[in-house]
Design a protein around this ligand. Sequence first.
Ligand code: 5GP
Length: 193
Amino acid sequence: MNFLEERITKDGIVKEGNVLKVDSFLNHQMDIDLFDQMGEEFQRRFDGKPINKILTIEASGIGIACVAAQHFHVPVVFAKKSKSINLEGEMYVAEVESFTHKCKNNVIVAKKFLGPEDHILIIDDFLANGCALQGLIQIVQSAGATVEGIGIAVEKGFQSGGRIIRNLGFQLESLAIVESMDAKTGVIAFRGQ
Ligand code: 5GP
């Protein structure tokens, strides 16, 4: 088990409805030393790629992306979620369905922060059905920028997102891939175990 799998085993809570709660260390209270280890691991996995910017999505991706960025020495742009269609100025927009909140959001990035010269590493906390990631990929591609890779903290391998994104040919690196989890027993199994 790697460091993140160990932490999920220790502190993750399996909820009904295929939801893994990791709010004591990942997406509410945040363990910054753990984030730093994750950043170091992303840096190792994407070593040699000409990454000049990290793109994430609010809210839970921001902390992970910022700590990771200290290993890449690049700026972080986060996509904003907005229900309104009253978007001012020059924006890239994608529609994203939220797995946890079961609603649709517009995800927006100002055009001035993303362009054809950019080589992007996308970072997010979770990968489930892949809607959030597909929205971010769409935004990068509308900007004419290049997706150099995708770094995820926790992938739920029993949902379809990982397969879809890998089939599209992207280098997707998930630090922990949950193969199965049981809300009754609390048992979590990881891929590769
Ligand atoms: P997707 O778009 O891949 O279906 O879902 C990704 C987003 O849903 C993530 O950004 C994350 O915020 C949220 N999410 C999906 N599954 C889980 C889960 O099991 N636990 C938590 N805490 N968030 C999840």
